[in-house]
Design a protein. Structure first.
Length: 375
């Protein structure tokens, strides 16, 4: 039995084509991937991301625990600030990437990927036991899975602030990127209002009570009508994140992936003053020499690079990597990919070929993000 978000009936009403996504029945598209993608880039898009997992971490030991759990430095977080991080296993692989929101001195809000939420929470509880055994005098600690209590709605695009501001008395312009506030939307519905997102556009993610989701969703569509707002499915969500080279678990990230190889080494803080899960293994693999780097590719001729396609030297003779994500970029009109490439061939400007069903198509390593917003 597939799980459904609170917006299931809204998706049906809007003509969303529903598919199985990590055990959830979610819309892959409404009017088409290209149309939805460009609506988000040029106007504004509305996303149901309620399938994401939410975990509360509270208590006097919460900061120390979260800092041990993840690779980034949570001590530096101010109240109402968020950060992006990896959560590693003891082998140095990535259990998941996630957002950490600091709601108070001893209160954190962790948002994890939908397909991983059960696995992630089990990992967190295992690390909680490990942490408390290592630190018996650390203080109080509570780690609870609150995923079933939240609806998460994302409003993304250049008109996002104008739309959301009509729905809340909380001033939005002072909220900087990767900060948030807590207030209400509509007629007093409590909400976490975060200036975060997965598209490369300006925007907000609204966390409200599960059963309030449809009301907030409809209000977003109504407030955004004059700006050309459109609901966006999983298809365009993927092409939008790919244009930004934002990694996705199961593509760029896995339990065996080293953060430095995956291009997310910037959120590994080995000198943050405390140990974290996987630190030794992550650093040892880096010192030993990584087998590849995650880079951006653009095709120089027609073709679509798909996950798993082999990448070869320019003469097509030697395999040097593999595509992890690829698409025809709606914004740029060219085929792009994220790929794991052997380090000697991973420099920007290197000419390569991609094996597309037996044909070696010329490609080039290119700077990322592929797309940069013009405002």
């Amino acid at each position: 039995m597939l799980k459904r978000t609170a917006m299931y009936e809204e998706h049906k009403r809007l003509g969303g084509r529903l598919i199985d996504f990590g055990g959830w029945e979610l819309p892959v598209q409404y009017t088409g991937v290209m149309d939805e993608h460009l609506a988000c880039r040029n106007a504004v898009g509305l996303f149901d991301v309620s399938h994401m997992g939410e975990v509360h971490v509270e208590g006097t030991a919460s900061e120390a625990f979260v800092n041990y759990l993840v690779s980034n430095d949570c001590v530096k977080l101010n109240i109402k600030q968020a950060l992006y991080t990896e959560m590693c296993n003891h082998r140095g692989g990535i259990v998941d990437d996630l957002l950490v929101y600091r709601r108070a001195k001893d209160r954190f809000f962790l948002v994890v990927n939908a397909s991983n939420s059960d696995k992630d929470f089990a990992h967190m509880k295992k690390i909680e036991t490990e942490f408390t055994q290592k630190n018996p005098n650390a203080g109080s600690l509570s780690v609870t899975n609150e995923s079933s209590k939240y609806t998460q709605i994302a409003v993304q695009g250049r008109h996002a602030e104008a739309i959301v501001q009509t729905m809340t008395k909380t001033p939005l312009s002072p909220i900087k990127y990767y900060w948030f506030d807590e207030g209400t939307v509509l007629n007093g519905i409590p909400a976490i209002i975060a200036r975060t997102g997965y598209t490369g556009e300006d925007g907000f993610e609204l966390y409200v009570a599960w059963d309030k989701g449809p009301e907030v969703w409809r209000a977003c569509l109504e407030a955004g009508a004059k700006y050309g707002i459109k609901p966006i499915g999983l298809g365009a969500r993927d092409t939008l994140r790919l244009e930004m080279k934002f990694p996705l678990y199961g593509h760029e990230l896995s339990d065996e992936t080293n953060p430095y190889a995956a291009g997310v080494g910037w959120v590994v803080k080995p000198n943050k003053g405390t140990d974290f899960v996987g630190r030794e293994a992550v650093l040892k693999a880096k010192e030993k020499g990584l087998p590849y780097h995650s880079v951006g590719l653009k095709l120089l001729e027609r073709g679509i690079p798909r996950q798993g396609y082999g990448i070869y030297t320019a003469d097509g003779k030697t395999k040097v990597g593999e595509v992890t994500s690829g698409t025809q970029s709606p914004s740029l009109g060219i085929a792009i990919a994220i790929a794991n490439i052997a380090i000697p061939q991973s420099s920007v400007g290197t000419k390569l070929t991609v094996d597309i069903r037996g044909t070696k198509v010329p490609a080039e390593v290119t700077p990322t993000p592929f797309y940069k917003r013009p405002y």
